[in-house]
Structure formats: structure tokens, C-alpha cells
Design a protein around this ligand. Structure first.
Ligand SMILES: NC(=O)c1ccc[n+]([C@@H]2O[C@H](COP(=O)([O-])OP(=O)(O)OC[C@H]3O[C@@H](n4cnc5c(N)ncnc54)[C@H](OP(=O)(O)O)[C@@H]3O)[C@@H](O)[C@H]2O)c1
Length: 316
């Protein structure tokens, strides 16, 4: 099969022929239709975090996918060949085939294209886990979401709003209309305003998709007993104790049940996916350049083409 691989830490992405995976009794072989790009792919491939995020080289990136069940292990009962699925994997989705465990996939929402479906699993489950499992968000509460217009933030805004919470998001000012359309009650332009100076009432949950100074200042707006959930860096336990709140960095633990729930919300139109750009698999290097450009200081902002959602690679 064709696959895009990293041959050495920091090396280029290389498209070539590799053996198609063989499946164990409890696995499914998925013919990949689309995959999406995550910051985590770039971090792992660079080797800068190899102590905590090691990879075996050569390595096939790709943490999420949509596709069609091609072959089923003898112990697998829930799926049939030809089923359209989507899900999360630890690696390997920048390829034509992937072996997965049934516990990581769900049925693809019928109203989504394969490209849209590939953009959903990581961002939506991170949002779900962050605000409900770890943030314990409940109806009637208020949540502050930092980075609300990003891939994860957009799901967090939609899910929190659907759950009956009041949603305040920090984002660039020109993302206000987008965030309104997702269900945010209030948008604070992080480039112009310090959120802690304009929030009159404290919030129950902070979902921090940014880190750094944004995380530090978040303690000032969190109610006693509230929850700070971070995706980018650990939370200071000294600060949580001082402010009598709980706080932790989450690490996505994918679940077929959660993804199944998200699929239902997508199918009924309660939440929607956003795809920023679609590239063919052979242009994976360009997709990585786009992601790196969004992350570099001065990269995003006024000069950036303002599209929302994930960068997707079309495989087949
Ligand atoms: N721990 C985990 O399990 C896990 C899972 C998934 C993702 N993550 C991490 O979570 C982070 C967010 O992911 P993502 O995919 O949503 O990123 P993304 O799509 O790049 O979105 C980032 C958003 O944050 C905005 N932003 C930048 N600086 C900001 C600030 N100071 N205040 C408010 N908003 C700001 C950006 O807006 P502008 O471009 O307009 O500045 C952009 O809309 C990433 O670091 C990712 O690696 C962690």
C-alpha cells in the first residue's frame, strides 16, 4: 500500500510503498478514505518530545481517519465488511490501510462526507472529555473556553451550548460571528482585551486550549470549587490549592461510546464539523507547513486566510 512516512526525526515526509498491515483476531482492517492533521503528528515527528512521545522509525503519522471496513478478525462481531467508519488511532492513518481495534471506531455519520468525518474524532472527543468528563460541566453553569474558534474549541462551544451552559469564548475578534453561530453567548477578543478584566462574574469551568499566561490568568476568573482543564500544559497544583479549584492537563482517551454519541449529534444536525482545507495524501508535507504556519508567532492573524476547522488529507 501507499503510505506517507517519517524516516528519521526531523526528516521530510516520504510517500512510498510499504506492506499492508495484517490484522490480529480482535482487529479490523480499514481502507482509509481520509485522515486529518494534528499538531501532535508534527511534535512526534520532530523528536523534540521524544522522551515523553517516542515513535518507532520509520513512522506513519495520522491519529484520525474515516474509511470502510475491508477485513474483520475472527473475534470481531460488531462490524461487517463495507461498513463506513471513523475513529482515532495512535499512528498510521497517513496510509491506504490501517489495522484498528473495534473499541476506537464508530459508524460514520451518514450525512457527513468521508473528508468531513475524518476531521471529527480527535477534536470532538477532546472537547467532550475536556468539558464533561474532566470539567464536569452541567446545565446552567458557565464555561470559559480559551481558543474557542480553533478545531477543539469549536466543538467545545457547540457541545457546552447544547448541554445548556452559558459559553464565553476567547478568540480573535474577527471570529466573533463564527462563534456566535456555534452557540457562544459572549466572545472576548484576546488580542484586544484581557478576559479577567472584563468578566464580571466568575465561571464554573475553564477549558484552556492555549496555556501559558492565559492559563495563569484563568485562576482569577474561576469560582471556588471550579475546574480548569488544560490541553497544552500541566496545571500548577500550587495555584489550584491557592484558589481552591481543581485543575489538570488532559490527555485524550478515545472511546467508541463517546464517538458514537458525537456521531448521533452530528447526524441530527445539533453540532457540525468544519474542514479548513483538503489536500491529497501526497501533499501531506504542505498540510504540515500550513499547521506549522498557524502555530508560529505572527503566523496566524490578520494576514491569515481565515478558515476554520481541520486540515484533511484525501487518501482514496
Ligand atoms: N491534550 C490533548 O489530549 C489534546 C488533544 C487535542 C489537541 N490538543 C492541543 O490543544 C490545542 C488546541 O488544539 P486545536 O486543534 O483546537 O488548535 P487550533 O485549531 O490551532 O486552534 C487554536 C485557536 O486558538 C486561537 N488562539 C491563539 N492564541 C490565543 C489566545 N491567546 N487566546 C485565545 N485564543 C487564541 C487561534 O486563533 P488565531 O489563529 O486567530 O490566533 C485558534 O483559533 C493544541 O495545542 C493541541 O495540540 C491537546
Amino acid at each position: 500500500m501507499k503510505a506517507v512516512r517519517v524516516l528519521e526525526y526531523g526528516g521530510p515526509l516520504v510517500l512510498n510503498d510499504v506492506p499492508t498491515p495484517t490484522i490480529a483476531h480482535d482487529e479490523i482492517l480499514v481502507k482509509i478514505k481520509s485522515t486529518a492533521v494534528n499538531h501532535l503528528d508534527l511534535v512526534k515527528a520532530s523528536g523534540t518530545a521524544r522522551q515523553i512521545l517516542p515513535i518507532d522509525l520509520p513512522w506513519i503519522p495520522g491519529h484520525e481517519f474515516s474509511g470502510v471496513v475491508e477485513q474483520i478478525g475472527s473475534d470481531v462481531t460488531a462490524w461487517t465488511s463495507g461498513d463506513a467508519v471513523f475513529g482515532v488511532t495512535g499512528m498510521g492513518a497517513f496510509a491506504e490501510y490501517l489495522a484498528v481495534k473495534p473499541a476506537t471506531i464508530a459508524r460514520k455519520p451518514s450525512n457527513l462526507s468521508f473528508e468531513e468525518a475524518a476531521s471529527v474524532p480527535v477534536a470532538s472527543q477532546t472537547a467532550w472529555q475536556g468539558i464533561f468528563t474532566q470539567g464536569h460541566l452541567e446545565k446552567g453553569q458557565t464555561i470559559l473556553i480559551h481558543g474557542g474558534a480553533g478545531a477543539v474549541g469549536a466543538y467545545a462551544v457547540q457541545l457546552a451550548s447544547h448541554a445548556g451552559a452559558t459559553v464565553i469564548a476567547t478568540a480573535s475578534g474577527d471570529d466573533e460571528a463564527y462563534l456566535d453561530s456555534l452557540g457562544a453567548s459572549r466572545v472576548i477578543d484576546y488580542r484586544e482585551t484581557q478576559f479577567e478584566k472584563v468578566l464580571r462574574e466568575k465561571v464554573d469551568v475553564v477549558f484552556d486550549l492555549i496555556g501559558g499566561d492565559t492559563q495563569k490568568r484563568s485562576f482569577l476568573v474561576l469560582k471556588e470549587g471550579g475546574h480548569l482543564v488544560a490541553t497544552t500544559q500541566p496545571v500548577s497544583q500550587e495555584e489550584t490549592a491557592k484558589h481552591r479549584v481543581s485543575g489538570a492537563m488532559m490527555r485524550l482517551a478515545p472511546s467508541a461510546d463517546a464517538l458514537g454519541g458525537i456521531a448521533r449529534l452530528l447526524e441530527e444536525g445539533t453540532i457540525r464539523p468544519d474542514v479548513a482545507t483538503v489536500y491529497p495524501l501526497q501533499d501531506a508535507a504542505q498540510a504540515w507547513k500550513d499547521i506549522a504556519g498557524n502555530l508560529s508567532p505572527g503566523g496566524p492573524g490578520a494576514a491569515r486566510h481565515r478558515s476554520h476547522g481541520k486540515i484533511v488529507l484525501r487518501v482514496a
